[in-house]
Structures are given as structure tokens and as C-alpha cells.
Ligand binder design. Sequence first.
Ligand code: ZN
Length: 61
Amino acid sequence: MVSTESEYEVQCPHCRKPFRAKVIAGSAERYRGFKCPHCRLFVPAERAVNGDGSTADSDAA
Ligand SMILES: [Zn+2]
């Protein structure tokens, strides 16, 4: 599970750059995530922690 205590390695789904960040604790589970330091996109934790999700459908956008 995602903890706000520790840092995670995240790859931004937008700019594809990896970064390490702590989870931003939102008011609800789905508001938890990371902020990409490169493009400042908010990356939901559920999308980030999977690494390069091999099972994911390719969203090439
Ligand atoms: Zn980014």
C-alpha cells in the first residue's frame, strides 16, 4: 500500500521522466499522489507505484 512516510520511485506518465517523491496526502484516497518536478503534473499514486506497468493498456497520448 501507499504510505505517506516514505519516498517512492515514480515515472511520470506525461513526460516519462523518473523521479522520487513522497506521497502528497490528499483528503481522499484518490487524491493521493505525486507531483512531477519536471512538468508539474499530478500523478495519482495508483498510477505511479506500478512502475512501468506491463499489463497496462498503452496510452500513447
Ligand atoms: Zn512529468
